[in-house]
Design a protein around this ligand. Structure first.
Ligand code: KIV
Length: 266
């Protein structure tokens, strides 16, 4: 196994101009494959709600679900740094909740860092968690937990006034002590401006090529999520067809009495 990556390695990668690779995972087998492939960071995203649990958005995901998936991912994560998402309602009410739930993802889940959504509005929360020596990743732009305010999954920061607010958000997240920042669903040029204006690494998803790293949802890049595919998703493999083929072959062989054959019987 490769040496476990730490937040210091991720910060050093920005300094040395090495792109940071991040993918989401929600279980042990995917985490193992990602670690084997050499991924830098695994994000246990609350996107689990959409791509694994079949919800329309991430809002229903609970702390208990995040803890379950985080534990499974950590067991398979090898040398990758594991970041776990704080789900909706686990950090918005008060700082005590935020600190307790961040601590649970570290203590019970085994994650090395937590991620939460928001800019200036969550700066105090980030500060409170970092103050407990828990590394935090910020997340601004198209923040899925704010889907109802945004009126859907829409690109953010297209107007200069909104872009300036996102620049202020990025600086607030950095000043609050976050060690990295996810930029989601913003114009590529704004991704560049934010990346140049902060010293912490930016990890883009639909935020252009100038970010210090990129993150995508594993089910999206493998063609496992047919419901909805945003423009920024590139399908690197089409696994659905392979899975479907295997299941159909199994059904056909059982129906025909061909399975189990002698080779698979005692
Ligand atoms: O939940 C998630 O998977 C995320 C990434 C898409 C950044 O927050």
């Amino acid at each position: 196994m490769n040496k476990k990556k730490t937040v210091l390695d991720i910060q050093r990668m920005k300094e040395e101009g090495e792109k940071i690779t991040v993918l989401t995972a929600y279980d042990y087998p995917f985490a193992r494959l990602m670690s084997q492939a050499g991924i830098d960071v695994i994000l246990v995203g609350d996107s689990v709600g959409s791509v694994v649990s079949g919800y329309d958005n991430t809002l229903p995901v609970t702390m208990e679900e995040m803890l379950y998936h985080t534990r499974a991912v950590v067991r398979g994560s090898g040398g990758a740094l594991v970041v776990a998402d704080l789900p909706f309602l686990s950090y918005q009410i008060d700082l005590r909740d935020a600190r307790l739930n961040a601590g649970r993802l570290i203590k019970e889940g085994g994650a090395q860092a937590v991620k939460l959504e928001g800019g200036e509005n969550v700066a105090a929360t980030i500060h409170a968690i970092v103050d407990m020596d828990i590394p935090v990743v910020g997340h601004i732009g198209l923040t899925p937990q704010s889907i109802h305010r945004m009126g859907g999954f829409r690109v953010q920061g297209k107007k200069e006034e909104q872009a300036r607010q996102l620049l202020a958000d990025a600086r607030a997240v950095q000043e609050a002590g976050a060690f990295a920042l996810v930029l989601e669903g913003i114009p590529a040029d704004l991704g560049r401006r934010i990346t140049e204006s902060v010293t912490i690494p930016t990890i883009g998803i639909g935020a252009g090529v100038h970010c210090d790293g990129q993150v995508l949802v594993i089910h999206d890049i493998l063609g496992l999520c047919e419901k909805y595919s945003p423009k920024f998703v590139k399908k690197y493999a089409d696994v659905s067809g392979i899975i479907l083929g295997g299941i159909e072959d199994y059904i056909r062989e059982v129906k025909a009495g061909e399975f189990p054959d002698d080779e698979h019987s005692f």
